[in-house]
Write a protein that binds this ligand. Sequence first.
Ligand code: UDP
Ligand code: MN
Length: 296
Amino acid sequence: HVNVESSPNIDLDDIFISVKTTRKYHETRLRLIIETWFQLAKDQVWFFTDHEDEIYQNLTNNHMVHTNCGQGHSRKSLCCKMNREFDFFLSTSKKFWCHFDDDNYVNIPTLVKVLGDYHAYHEWYLGKPSISSPIEMYMNAAIMSLEQTKKYSKEEEKRRENEKVKFWFATGGAGFCISRALAIKMMPLTSKGKFIAIGDGIRFPDDVTLGFIIEYLLKVPLTVVNPFHSHLERMDHIDTEIFRDQISFSYAHIKDDWNVVKVVNGFDTTKDPYRFYSLHCYLFPHFEMCKSLRLR
Ligand code: UDP
Ligand code: MN
């Protein structure tokens, strides 16, 4: 008997990495990514945006996907982009889909290493919640209509309106990964615009909608993977000694609060306010731009 599942290891090329972005962030957030971690996964990373941009098409070797989704921060535009990312993944033969925001730094070698622990032929929803308890919403007709298990009588429907729906979701701003087996299971609910309709039905953002589909409707639990980080966490709480073991980092600057990774002896803060160049040089000192630094 041949064990067809004998090799759990995967290559970078088995992963489809999508980054959600928007017109106004091309010159700032995207540039930062292109000059740092994108260089380690040029063939695997695709940017999902809302505006044709010839300059960035060239800089990314034509890896900008113009989604035709709206440019705003509205639920519809964001769910629309997520739906495009999902459909793109399905059109490939990659084993994992990993989504990130354009304010994430992705430590590519560690992402590959961690995914090696999971088998793409099993259903995996990997990520990290940013809240300490599951999200709760009241049952409604829209939710009941999505449950495929059975039809309810009018009386049962009325009774169920008082029920609470609880589920976990992976924070989009920390990044998450979904195995091919799970994506195939999601297909009837998610592909070709259905994701947008579900988001509209439950009136929650794209990452919550994804959690709702996977955890609540499909009953595949979120597997918490701690090395994902969004700017909802304090970035300066991540110790330098464990940078290498982390999958993602982020940044946020709100008024006086600079929530950024702490890299000692990095570039000047005027040159690198969000610390991603410094972090990149800490992790990959052989890059040309890092030659002037002595980080380790
Ligand atoms: N974004 C977008 N359209 C917008 C605003 C934001 O597609 O009009 C994307 C942005 O590029 C990022 C994600 O949505 O990948 C989250 O945006 P941001 O970090 O600005 O907000 P947050 O939700 O983290 O507060
Ligand atoms: Mn953000």
